[in-house]
Design a protein. Structure first.
Length: 323
């Protein structure tokens, strides 16, 4: 479900950004607007980012090898991190540089109607891409707010596309404002201010993506509700309690589960193996993402003694005391 949703959102964003990049460069050739150039480069960078996300999704599906026994699921996180760096360097820094250059050497906007027409078309195309990303993300978002979804999502593609499209729409509005004020005042410095603002926006979004994808690369645990489901599936049928439980995402749809399980002291080796196999089956049924599971049986040393055993111990202590 998440793979299909993210691929659909990425492809919609790629198609929109390629079309937008072409018309923005054409508009820049006629208007020489620095904010238009910044937006054109931004669309090119976004297109390259979507290609990287598609490559990462494809490479993550490779079969595990002896050298990489847990598979290649984290390739999607690696490519998501590269996208964030691209957005920061090729998008944000270029826009800031171009804006500062325009502030130092301002010139009026030529053929403003062309600029406004292109910006309007770009807003429509970008809105279509953003709408697709929002629609495909709703099923995974659940009851979370959008900021919480960006923070907690284990699929990097959707948050990346959402933030890119959101930043693109805000950037287009900034470009409209910058070009509009420049035309009204006949002062190109406003175009430069708009361009610097676009660059600052892209850098801010890139920093957020770097932080989130870095966390995924380091290895995030499953969501709290998923951990609770796994713990519930492990208990019972020969398992007294879960002593400790650890989870880690090997990829958006791959989860590593490790747990130490408390079992009755008198359990035979055959019954231990049977209980472990049953617990593993319950976890896989409850949480299909749990692809790699390691369960360790142990005695429940920290559990309180049963009342009858405590009474026996008390009687023994009384008998061993002074007469």
């Amino acid at each position: 479900m998440s793979d299909h949703s993210s691929s659909k959102a990425v492809l919609a964003a790629l198609a929109a950004n390629l079309a937008i990049a072409v018309i923005k460069f054409v508009a820049y050739a006629f208007t020489l607007s620095s904010s238009m150039l910044a937006e054109a480069v931004h669309s090119v960078v976004d297109s390259g980012n979507q290609v990287l996300l598609l490559i990462g999704a494809r490479r993550s599906r490779r079969v595990a090898t002896p050298e990489h026994p847990f598979g290649y699921g984290r390739d999607r996180y690696v490519y998501g991190f590269l996208v964030a760096l691209m957005l920061f360097s090729a998008g944000g820094l270029f826009a800031v540089f171009e804006g500062v250059e325009k502030l130092l050497h301002p010139h009026p906007i030529d053929r403003a109607p062309i600029a406004f027409t292109v910006l309007g078309i770009a807003i429509l195309l970008e809105s279509f891409s953003f709408r697709t990303a929002v629609r495909e993300s709703r099923a995974l978002k659940g009851d979370d707010s959008w900021p919480a979804f960006i923070r907690h999502a284990k699929v990097p593609d959707l948050p990346v596309v959402l933030l890119e499209d959101f930043a693109a729409l805000i950037g287009l509005l900034l470009a409209v404002i910058g070009v509009g004020i420049s035309v009204i005042t006949d002062n190109g410095i406003w175009d430069g201010i708009s361009t610097v603002s676009i660059g600052a926006l892209l850098i801010s979004v890139a920093v957020i993506l770097v932080i989130e994808t870095k966390s995924l690369l380091l290895g995030e645990a499953a969501a709290p509700d998923v951990i609770a489901t796994i713990a519930g599936a492990l208990r019972g049928h020969g398992v007294d309690r879960v002593i400790h439980l650890r989870t880690m995402h090997l990829g958006p749809e791959e989860l590593l589960v490790g747990a130490k399980l408390a079992m009755p002291a008198a359990t035979s080796l055959a019954d231990v193996a049977k209980a472990i196999d049953a617990a593993e089956l319950r976890v896989r049924t409850a949480v299909p993402q749990a692809r790699v599971i390691y369960l360790e049986p142990d005695l429940d040393r920290d559990a309180p003694e049963r009342p009858e055993l405590q009474n026996v111990a008390a009687d023994a202590s009384a008998k061993s005391g002074p007469e």
